[in-house]
Ligand binder design. Structure first.
Ligand code: GLN
Length: 466
């Protein structure tokens, strides 16, 4: 699909539509939607901002490319004065005191926030069923899950309720729901976009990621949100990615894929066949394709979950009903903490807090947590070696197609294994993009650190190739 941002911008400038009518139309769609994508509508704010854009256009003033473009925000981002619930009982009544840097940059560019979007609570999940607002339903087949954790964001984009949405990706939460709903979703290089104001899940892999229907819209939104931020010491300055720089793919000579992802009993037969057919099409364009060795999926998933649980147990310790969260009073302070956290966290979140505290505790941390850290280093080294031999790595996004609503809740271990292809790239902190092509749940394109431009370039090439 071509850029919706460019086309809406042109319609606004030509006065074919008003911003108010556009925003109202999207708000109505969101209000009526039956996919459970909405935690809160930002209707007053959105309509106020739209009126200002219309006034500017009426005065003959020029507007920026993102000015008046409606977008959605996963409900884990601070937007001052709005509820930020993380889809949890604990923060059901929590209002943000400030605005996340990435979101502020979009607001400064004139984009219009419509909605705080449903997701797995605190980013914990792969199906957007771990939420107090009801399971998000898949955009293509509402009996299936929307994917997670940024399920509401991906479904809103797929359904055209938002032009783009901002998800968060710790271990696949932008890429997997993008794949399940046939849209683009980017996890940029770790540190390219500030995490300030994104509720912390696993701080060492948390990334801000855009979801949209075209590569061009991903590019535009990525550029606006990127950059060094004094409020997040892991951020770095990056060069703007121009349309020209990603137009021509002739610098890409070699593409790799992980043999063990494909030659594996747990991959769906059709996803495997489609992936292998894609490889043949790439080869037919004169690009060399190399099969690479990699860690077993089980190792990737256990390493990721060991570290993610440890980090989330630590990050969520502040949510005890004192400074944050719905407090449930009990006999004494200790009991009050216990009851507040037991009653207000979901089963899945509690599983992770217990697991995380276990792997960090004395007597276990050497054998489990430190081993996880060592494995992460080994995974990163493996990527470095791979990217000296290939320009791009491609993989399916998921081993299987989206499960029926209800199935993942019955079997959390199966849900964790559905992250087999996404978590490794998160541990490597690499830029990786889901494109809605190649297999039923898309393809994942990954490049070396800080090479987000190459990822978009290859996506452009694939768009015309397969
Ligand atoms: N499904 C993975 C998890 O539950 C990834 C979630 C995410 O990226 N926030 O941890």
């Amino acid at each position: 699909m071509s850029s919706q941002i460019h086309s809406i911008h042109q319609q606004l400038v030509n006065k074919d539509i008003t911003c108010t009518a556009l925003v109202q139309e999207k708000l109505d769609l969101l209000k009526q939607n039956t996919n459970n994508t909405v935690n809160a509508l930002l209707d007053t704010l959105a309509l106020d901002l739209a009126a200002k854009v219309d006034a500017k256009i009426a005065n003959g003033e020029t507007i920026g490319l993102l000015e008046g473009i409606p977008f959605g925000i996963k409900d884990v981002y601070m937007v001052q004065g709005t509820y930020t619930t993380a889809s949890s009982d604990l923060l059901k009544n929590y209002k943000s005191a400030y605005t996340a840097t990435a979101i502020q940059k979009l607001l400064d560019a004139g984009a219009i926030p419509l909605v705080k979007e449903n997701c797995d609570s605190f980013g914990h999940g792969s199906s957007s069923e771990n939420t107090i607002f009801g399971a998000v339903k898949n955009a293509i087949n509402p009996d299936l899950v929307g994917g997670g954790s940024s399920g509401g964001s991906a479904v809103n984009v797929a359904k055209d309720y938002t032009v783009f949405s901002i998800g968060g990706d710790t271990g696949g939460s932008v890429r997997q729901p993008a794949g399940y709903n046939n849209v683009y979703g980017l996890k940029p290089t770790y540190g390219r976009i500030s995490r300030y104001g994104l509720m912390a899940y696993a701080s060492s892999t948390d990334c801000v990621g855009p979801i949209a229907k075209s590569i061009e819209d991903i590019r535009i939104v990525l550029n606006v949100m990127s950059g060094k931020d004094a409020k997040d010491q892991t951020t770095y300055a990056s060069a703007e990615i121009t349309p020209d720089s990603i137009a021509n793919s002739n610098t890409i000579k070699t593409v790799g894929y992980f043999k063990n992802f494909i030659e594996n009993d747990s991959i769906d037969a059709t996803i495997k066949a489609d992936f292998l057919a894609t490889i043949e099409k790439i080869k037919a364009k004169g690009i060399a394709v190399k099969a690479l060795d990699f860690f077993e999926s089980e190792t990737l998933v256990s390493t990721y979950y060991t570290l993610a649980m440890a980090e989330t147990a630590s990050n969520l310790s502040r949510l005890d009903g004192t400074n944050y969260g719905n407090r449930i009073e009990s006999d004494n302070l200790k009991e009050t903490y216990a009851v507040t956290r037991s009653e207000n966290f979901s089963e899945e979140t509690k599983r992770r807090i217990v697991g995380g505290n276990q792997v960090l505790s004395q007597g276990f941390s050497d054998a489990i947590y430190l081993k996880g850290l060592a494995l992460r280093d080994a995974i990163a080294e493996n990527f470095e070696k791979d990217f000296s031999a290939v320009d791009i790595i491609i993989s399916p996004v998921t081993p299987n197609t989206p499960p029926k609503i209800g199935d993942s809740l019955k079997d959390p271990h199966a849900m964790y294994l559905s992250d087999a292809y996404t978590v490794g790239f998160s541990l490597g902190q690499l830029p990786t993009l889901t494109v809605p092509q190649g297999t039923a749940t898309g393809l994942q394109i990954t490049a070396a650190k800080n090479n987000d431009e190459l990822v978009l370039k290859f996506a452009n090439f694939l768009k015309d190739t397969i």
